[in-house]
Design a protein. Structure first.
Length: 367
């Protein structure tokens, strides 16, 4: 039997969920004919057959998560060599959103302490011991602890597995939390001189460029395994987009060399493509710095999360009026709160402060 394995789908993705099979056991299929639709953290893709033949075995059913390199389909014929997972034909991007079960989370207190009987009870009641706060001596989980959590879970109903984009978000945030030495500085920009119809996101992009030019150290990638950084001359900004499916960070390329009209058109197209799940793969990778305009929803300040290998993210809060001194007198001014998070392994506090100062100086210009 010739075996076709889940191919490398790019983006560093290590797994995908089977959404729908397009073939059945016994089907005679042609090369490049769609075999299966799978969902990654980025999109739904159709995987074509690498060769023609009769399907002898499907290794998993719809809804199952498959890791890269795991068997997908068995074809009749001599096992000349197993397909290593190279896709023949074009991988088509779909639009639906699917999901998968969450990965286990480490217990906050370190090793979980429980007797075999308590562990057996937890399995019987389907209680994850990581969720249980121990009340026994020396942090031991007791029978009563497990029963208490089981009662709570029965009242709130079944857990919703994180799937697709939300699962990827959980994994990425956990990686950032464990790896990045995060620090945040905050300040305000007085934008009273702006026109009433000023495009906040476009102005933020321009200001971010000014910050990168003043302090190139924040427009960089850090390779933790080699303890080396790469200062990047081109400024490719990841734009955090909040959608019902989860957090997306598409990339606006070369923002320093684009005029405001081009930036706005690019932002509108990018959002539409993300909502339709048809955004090209190359626009979901390679950002050198990130922008989160969370103030469009609400909130003034935050501690935005730096996602490796980038080293900085600028967050913009809600524009509001504030009483401020102007020429020695109190005045009500429109203010834009800013929060800059950076990886302190690579970026110094002084570099971050100078970057933020340059951003504010640009934002406070009236043009």
């Amino acid at each position: 039997m010739k075996i076709f394995k889940l191919p490398d789908l790019g983006e560093g993705l290590q797994e995908a969920e089977v959404v729908e099979w397009h073939v059945s056991v016994g089907d005679e299929i042609a090369a490049d004919q769609p075999l299966v639709s799978v969902e990654t953290a980025k999109a739904i893709v159709d995987i074509p057959s690498p060769f023609a033949g009769r399907v002898q075995k499907l290794y998993c059913e719809a809804g199952k998560v498959v890791h890269v390199g795991a068997p997908l389909v068995g074809f009749e014929g001599a096992a000349e060599e197993e397909d290593a997972g190279t896709v023949v034909g074009e991988v088509q991007v779909g639009r639906e959103v699917r999901a998968e079960a969450p990965a286990p989370v480490a217990h906050a207190g370190g090793a979980i302490r429980a007797t075999p009987a308590v562990r057996a009870l937890a399995r019987q009641l389907k209680v994850e011991l990581e969720m249980v706060t121990p009340s026994g001596p020396d942090g031991v989980i007791t029978t009563a602890d497990v029963q208490r959590v089981a009662k709570i879970l029965a009242e709130v109903g079944p857990a919703e597995p994180l799937r697709g984009v939300r699962r990827a978000m959980a994994q990425n945030m956990a990686l950032a939390q464990s790896e990045v030495a995060a620090a945040t500085v905050i300040d305000d920009a007085d934008i009273h001189a702006w026109a009433a119809d000023a495009d906040v996101t476009v102005r933020l992009l321009r200001a971010l460029v000014a910050g990168c030019r003043a302090e190139p150290a924040l427009n960089a990638w850090y390779e933790s395994h080699t303890m080396a950084r790469r200062l990047v001359s081109r400024i490719d900004v990841g734009i955090a987009l909040d959608l019902p499916e989860g957090l997306f960070v598409p990339v606006m390329g070369d923002v320093a060399n684009r005029d405001p009209a081009d930036l706005r058109a690019g932002l509108d197209r990018m959002r539409a493509d993300v909502q339709a799940r048809r955004i090209p793969a190359e626009e979901l990778r390679g950002n050198t710095i990130t922008l989160s305009n969370f103030g469009m929803i609400g909130g003034k300040y935050a501690s935005p999360i730096v996602l490796p290998p980038t080293v900085a993210i600028l967050g913009a809060g809600r524009v509001h009026e504030q009483l401020r001194p102007v020429d020695g007198k109190p005045a009500v001014r429109r203010v834009l709160p800013l929060s800059l998070s950076f990886d302190h392994r690579v970026v110094t506090g002084g570099e971050a402060a100078r970057f933020l100062r340059a951003v504010i100086d640009d934002l406070q210009r009236g043009d």
